[in-house]
Design a protein around this ligand. Sequence first.
Ligand code: NAP
Ligand code: G4F
Length: 384
Amino acid sequence: MNTTVLARHAQNCSLTSSFTLIERICARWRKNGETSTEVPLTRRALITGITGQDGSYLAEHLLAHGYEVWGLVRGQANPHVARLRKHVGDIKIAQGDLLDQGSLISAIERVQPDEVYNLGAISYVPMSWHQAELTAEVTGMGTLRMLEAIRVVSGISASRTPGAAQIRFYQASSSEMFGQVSETPQNETTPFHPRSPYGVAKTYGHFITQNYRESYGMFAVSGILFNHESPRRGAEFVSRKITLGVARIKLGLATELKLGNLEARRDWGYAGDYVRAMRLMLHQDGPDDYVIGTGRTHSVRELVELAFATAGLRWADHVVTDARFTRPAEVDLLCADPKKAREQLGWEPTVAFEDLITMMVESDLELLARSDRPDDEPFSPDHW
Ligand code: NAP
Ligand code: G4F
């Protein structure tokens, strides 16, 4: 086991923080029934939203870095856990819901994490118009509840600030906060003009994270991430809807694909690259916010053309526009300026747009061609 003595930890902390740290370490020992003076160096992370796309990639990434990974999971028999376990085996589960303050306090007390990654959200933008209040509660207020859970369990207040060993907090902020953009490309100082209840809720989560940093000295950061995709992307999002649609048409399971606004432009990157940036943000000397994207923008139409061409199909023979998939207020253009992340985090994307879409088309062709395809995979995206 990777171990060192307690004294080495305490040296790294201020007086108040070493007291908090020692309390936390003792709690771990008591829980594990250990009496040795040696304590694990392994970092412990708690991920909300672990059953989602980013949660699975982040769990893999942290496990590869030797972390003990815990996921906050809601519901009494969440069906997404089985899907997650196909990708990531070695994770521990803590029950909890971003709607339930007490459950988050219990989860922090039980897990005693070094790092919390708050990825849990209602993340599908159209759903946020249909369930605006729920979106505000989960995506917006859920961030406050998680910050409060950390603050309360750590004993932080206006007069008792955290020390170097405090729990570090990552908030999954979004380029949707830029909305109707006032400049291109967008960076950390670009003003916010969210265009959906989702964007508004994320903007609240972003500012409350900043506020807890400024009010209590918490190590709380936001990653302002632009769209990122993968073969694990939910079928409701346009990239996966298109790659699944292409695979269905190629395999003779469908003849057409219905889409909304083909002219919207996004900065699309690969999810596996973006989770690396999350961890890097929590490993800086001080807390700060960072824009994460590729710096290249493409239209939905370009994505469609590329995906159909990858499968040897003519998109114009199959794509139908349908007003049901247009939005009450659209975000027309997103394009990141990731200079700060490149210079300060040393972060770079490794997968280009063309390779990403090719990877997704090939993955969906393989998935839908399998005779033993799992019945929890999304095969009929037309209702989105
Ligand atoms: P996703 O696949 O939609 O996953 C969302 C996760 O949130 C799921 O694990 C879901 O769990 C969980 N969740 C929903 N309601 C919850 C609640 N009440 N309590 C606890 N957990 C709850 O999203 P993603 O693409 O991985 O994105 C991760 C985060 O980054 C989200 O916050 C998203 O808004 C943000 N973001 C994403 C992108 C992107 O392009 N992917 C860009 C910027 C920001 P269940 O299994 O229980 O449903
Ligand atoms: O894939 P989308 O649904 O992603 P959107 O709305 O940009 O949001 C995603 O990225 C955000 C970061 O900027 C995240 F915060 C958020 O959680 C989510 O992950 O839609 C992309 C574009 C939109 O302009 C939409 O109008 O594609 C356009 N589109 C055209 N037809 C469609 C469709 N989108 C969907 N989902 N389905 C369509 O049929």
